[in-house]
Write a protein that binds this ligand. Structure first.
Ligand code: NAD
Ligand code: DAU
Length: 340
């Protein structure tokens, strides 16, 4: 592993992964390949922009010629694919882009990986492919029960990776992570949205009864887990990555308000997300056997996250004040309030 192509490296988790890897190893080069969609943001990469082992290339994983050019130019030996359309609510409004990037884009990258015979192709996937798990925990061998266009598209990408492993004997691994929180998360996702709205004394739009459960993990822990699987994971294998502890959205919301010393009257119940998965829960024993475990529990993760948004208003105010964000917010939330 010397020249690592990090697709989607200008997004939330990808940029945290770039920071981690350049800080941890001095014998690797990182090439970020990113389309810079609404979610891609070069501000996320400011901490590494002067590092001579970091390179940025703007491109689309759905364009084979652009992918080929970067593979050749930087003699890529490893691909870590974070590039995706990632927001469930947007997938309900406009699913086409999810199928394009999350399925077709994965195929384009796999073809490039095959052509250049690279050392490792790693696919970043999600616990959402297992669907709602009302009891017990999902193991990597469980059947997939996707319920949103987003999760169906991610599952399509996973299945394509497994097909390339089986058909072409390629060194492919997959990780399925739970909900990440931490620095540089686009403020459409629940945690950064609630934190930044609360700072401004604006309502926190909580879906339904707020009793849905998620395993909120700190993004740096997730990135450490990906690195462990890159180095120790077996080709053809899938590894779940999470804390193994779930929190309700109501508990998450209360924690944010408590940390910011804001009133609970800011909570605004709104109509639920269609097909909203009630609970995700991962069995992470397989990756734990490789020596990984998340370092932050929920309380530590949410505290560090809230602190980051309080300390970095310059980052999120720029996004939230833009027309593109405001139009989305209006389209997504207007008229959904439920009387308290
Ligand atoms: P994000 O939305 O913050 O970032 C996605 C990045 O991909 C952006 O920089 C965007 O510009 C880029 N991108 C989108 N389409 C592209 C294309 N066609 N070509 C090149 N670049 C493109 O996403 P995130 O939350 O950082 O998620 C990263 C990955 O992790 C995704 O694959 C997602 O499914 C997965 N995941 C996310 C979470 C989570 O909680 N956020 C949890 C588990 C797995
Ligand atoms: O589980 C991993 C997944 O986590 C990733 O694969 C996705 O890319 C990522 O977006 C995330 O999906 P979720 O749908 O779980 O995250 P989101 O932040 O959108 O929502 C978290 C929970 O909060 C969920 O139960 C829905 C709820 N919610 C969300 C929003 C945006 C609200 O109650 N109000 C909101 O406004």
């Amino acid at each position: 592993m010397k020249n690592i192509l990090v697709t989607g490296g200008a997004g939330f988790i990808g940029s945290n992964f770039v920071h981690l890897m350049l800080g941890k190893y001095d014998d690797i080069n990182i090439i970020v390949f990113d389309k810079l969609t609404y979610a891609g943001n070069q501000d996320n990469l400011i901490p590494v922009e002067k590092n001579p082992r970091y390179h940025f290339y703007q491109g689309d994983i759905c364009h084979p010629d652009e992918v080929d050019r970067v593979m050749q130019r930087f003699e890529i030996d490893t691909i870590v694919n974070f590039a995706a359309e990632t927001h469930v609510d947007r997938s309900l409004m406009e699913p086409g882009g999810f199928i394009q990037t999350d399925v077709y884009g994965t195929y384009v990258l796999l073809e490039a990986a095959k052509k250049y015979g690279i050392e490792r192709y790693h696919q970043i996937s999600t616990d959402e492919v297992y669907g709602a798990v009302l009891e017990g925990r999902s193991k990597e061998t469980d059947q997939l029960h996707t319920r949103s266009p987003y999760s169906a598209a991610k599952a399509g990408g996973d299945l394509m990776c497994l097909a390339y492993y089986t058909s072409f004997n390629m060194p492919i691994t997959i990780t399925r992570g739970s909900n990440n929180i931490g620095p540089y998360q686009y403020p459409e996702k629940a945690v950064p949205l609630f934190v930044t709205n609360a700072i401004d004394n604006k309502p926190l739009p909580l879906y339904g009864d707020g009793l849905q459960m998620r395993d909120y993990q700190y993004v740096q822990d997730h990135c450490e887990g990906i690195d462990v699987v890159l180095r120790k994971g077996q080709p053809g294998e899938i590894y779940n990555l999470g804390t193994g502890v779930e929190t309700t959205n109501l508990e998450m919301t209360h924690a944010i308000l408590r940390l910011l010393n804001k009133p609970e009257s800011l909570i605004q119940p709104i109509t639920d997300r269609p097909g909203h998965d009630r609970r995700y829960a991962l069995d992470c024993s397989k990756v734990q056997a490789l020596g990984w475990r998340s370092a932050h529990n929920f309380e530590q993760a949410i505290e560090a996250t809230v602190k980051w948004y309080v300390d970095n208003e310059w980052w999120w105010r720029k996004i939230k004040s833009g027309d593109r964000y405001q139009e989305y917010y209006q389209k997504q939330y207007a008229g959904r309030e439920i009387n308290k």
